[in-house]
Design a protein around this ligand. Structure first.
Ligand SMILES: [Zn+2]
Length: 120
């Protein structure tokens, strides 16, 4: 039996990938079914670790995410408009992270430098 925890379909619940545990079962079919359950769950899918986008070979796109239990890369079709939004969100996250890195570096340099006080 495949289970995804927590087993809720509440639209208000977003499950962080770190707390999502699945039971893959004992067969390839159960394993596949567990992954299909992850792909079909609208709350859990976006919380899984993002692994990029890929062309599907037929003019479409698939979104790649990692299974929280076995780290397999799972693929699910994504509309181009959603893919663009996802790319822009990821790019914005990278820019904010680089800014935080630069600010932390600057603050570290400031904290370690001797303060000079100009006195007449
Ligand atoms: Zn898995």
């Amino acid at each position: 039996m495949n289970r995804v925890s927590p087993a809720t379909d509440s639209a208000s619940t977003v499950t962080p990938s770190s707390s999502c545990r699945i039971d893959h079962g004992g067969s390839a079919d159960e394993y596949r079914a567990a992954h299909e359950t992850l792909k079909a769950n609208r709350e859990i899918w976006p919380s899984l670790s993002f692994a990029g986008l890929q062309h599907d070979g037929a003019g479409g796109l698939v979104e790649l995410r990692h299974c929280p239990s076995c780290q397999s890369t799972l693929a699910r079709p994504i509309a181009q408009s959603e893919a663009l939004f996802l790319c822009e969100s990821q790019a914005e996250l990278a820019v904010r992270s680089k800014l935080a890195l630069a600010e932390a570096n600057e603050a570290s340099c400031w904290a370690q430098s001797p303060r000079k006080i100009d006195r007449p």
